[in-house]
Design a protein around this ligand. Structure first.
Ligand SMILES: Cc1cc2nc3c(=O)[nH]c(=O)nc-3n(C[C@H](O)[C@H](O)[C@H](O)COP(=O)(O)OP(=O)(O)OC[C@H]3O[C@@H](n4cnc5c(N)ncnc54)[C@H](O)[C@@H]3O)c2cc1C
Length: 453
């Protein structure tokens, strides 16, 4: 597998049309990391005062950091402010820009606005040991080598949508799965959807979490009926997960039309209070309207706790020599664009890109949304607990006793949302598939006489 490691030193950041200097970001990043460390250290105390609210807990951690500096007679964590009012004004603006940028990044990374996040979500920060890597040739390059033999691959049935799972009744008959044949095959009868029934000893479900959630808030599509209904502890755990919307648009240009810095692997454009008028991003930054000055006397972060929007842009020039930008739209912006048609999505993104790059010409292509994932990836919703996490992972046992090796784990759950360490990532998803495979193997081994192993 060929990969290109992401070089974050090439990252170019914009606050609307203003490029943020790298050196300033490094200082702000250092402070922000200290805030998050403090947050992690004092989470229990902070949560007592702030409740399960990520934004409030960050602010509390920032305040305690400022207070500690004051008590020790040290300068403000972000450095001392100048006495000269003009310079001071500039410094304050930069502080806001940088910290606002980092908060936006946090929302983008977690794929949800801060006010939707549980305080515990910010503790999910395990990094992939190899750093971020761009896989040349696509995700198949990761997944296919995991398949032990080509024979197994032949058994994978595609174009089958699981519609119903019957996991009790006569336990000896295992789990029955009703699948709809999306390509029109199968039995089913009548003029409606073609369905068939599969019987298996145990079922590992890896569908994205919205497909398992109650269908009141999102779309009715893709509902899976469980018979009997899933127990309440499992349903509660499923509902405790959020699932941020995430759109990815690949925009391609002719080589001669390249308008962006080709060496930057990633570009990021933030709009702190950007409001759109007449289809454009007129009110670019809005930081001036935010209260407070982040000085020695002011340790409030409320000036930054406002709606934010971000575009995270991957430049394919340095990695694949393609004049293509892949634009990631997350959190608040993704929700706002949920119902947009592809054309209006591309128009909005292009209007945003034209704030720092006014001469950007029209692109050539775009991507669309996907019915079978209904979003990007999951996060811990406000109010979620350790127990919810354990319950989401726990298998469901058979009803009744049959002495079958899989009695204790008839219905198993995998997929990124069930990962304890790396939810939201591909490697996290793979690890959960392996975890459930091990569970089944162990159940079999526990039932098999030693001589037969
Ligand atoms: C735009 C975007 C960018 C991302 N970028 C990154 C990244 O850079 N790095 C990273 O590590 N992760 C990234 N992710 C997240 C990553 O893709 C997911 O965490 C990962 O794919 C989750 O794997 P999974 O097996 O849990 O679910 P999925 O990959 O979503 O697989 C679930 C499968 O279930 C199928 N399915 C759904 N309903 C049914 C049904 N009823 N019957 C049968 N099949 C069904 C779906 O078709 C799908 O194939 C990104 C996600 C998005 C949307």
């Amino acid at each position: 597998m060929k990969v290109v490691r992401t070089d974050y030193r090439t990252l170019v950041r914009f606050d609307a049309d203003v490029q943020i200097p790298h050196a300033e970001m490094i200082v702000a990043q250092g402070v922000f990391e200290t805030i998050l460390e403090r947050y992690e250290r004092d989470l229990e105390v902070l949560s007592l005062t702030t409740g399960d609210d990520a934004a409030a807990a960050i602010e509390a951690a920032y305040k305690s950091l400022c207070q500690e500096s004051r008590e020790k007679g040290l300068p403000h964590p972000l450095g001392a402010l100048s006495e000269d009012p003009k310079i001071r004004q500039k410094q304050i603006r930069r502080r806001k820009v940088c910290l606002n940028y980092l908060l936006t990044d946090l929302e983008s990374e977690n794929n949800a606005p801060l006010d939707a996040l549980s305080a515990r979500q910010l503790l999910v920060d395990a990094e992939y040991p190899g750093g971020d890597q761009h896989i040349l040739g696509g995700v198949e390059e990761v997944v296919l080598p995991l398949v032990a033999s080509p024979h197994l691959l032949e058994q994978v049935a595609t174009n089958r949508a699981v519609r119903e799972v019957k996991y009790s009744g006569n336990v000896d008959k295992g789990v029955k799965v009703v699948v709809e044949h999306l390509d029109g095959g199968g039995g089913g009868g009548g003029g409606g959807a073609k369905t068939s029934e599969m019987v298996c000893d145990a079922l590992v479900l890896t569908v994205p979490i919205p497909l398992l959630q109650s269908k009141t808030s999102k779309t009715e599509q893709g509902e899976i009926v469980f018979s009997p209904p899933l127990p309440s502890w499992k349903r509660n755990a499923i509902e405790a997960k959020g699932f941020g919307n995430y759109n990815k648009i690949a925009l391609k240009w002719k080589r001669e039309d390249i308008f962006w810095p080709v060496e930057a692997q990633i570009m990021s454009i933030n709009f702190s209070l950007a409001s759109e008028r007449e289809g454009g991003w007129r009110h670019a930054s809005g930081l001036e309207n935010m209260k407070g000055d982040m000085s020695e006397e002011d340790s409030n972060l409320d000036c930054l706790m406002l709606p934010r929007r971000n575009l995270w842009i991957f430049n394919h020039m340095p990695v694949e020599d393609e004049p293509m930008l892949v634009v990631m739209i997350s959190a608040t912006l993704a929700d706002e664009m949920r119902d947009s048609s592809t054309v209006s999505l591309v128009n909005r993104v292009m209007a945003a890109i034209r704030v720092p790059f006014p001469k950007a010409p029209k692109p050539e292509g775009s991507w669309d949304l996907n019915e079978w994932s209904q979003g990007g990836w999951s996060f811990h919703k406000k109010g979620s607990t350790d127990q919810h996490v354990r319950d989401l992972i726990s298998p469901i046992s058979s009803v009744g006793k049959s002495k079958h090796p899989f009695d204790a784990c008839r219905l198993l759950f995998a997929g990124e949302a069930t990962s304890e360490v790396r939810p939201g990532y591909m490697d996290g998803a793979i690890e959960t598939g392996e975890r459930e495979a091990v569970r089944l193997i162990q159940a079999l081994e526990a039932h098999t006489p030693k001589s037969r192993l």
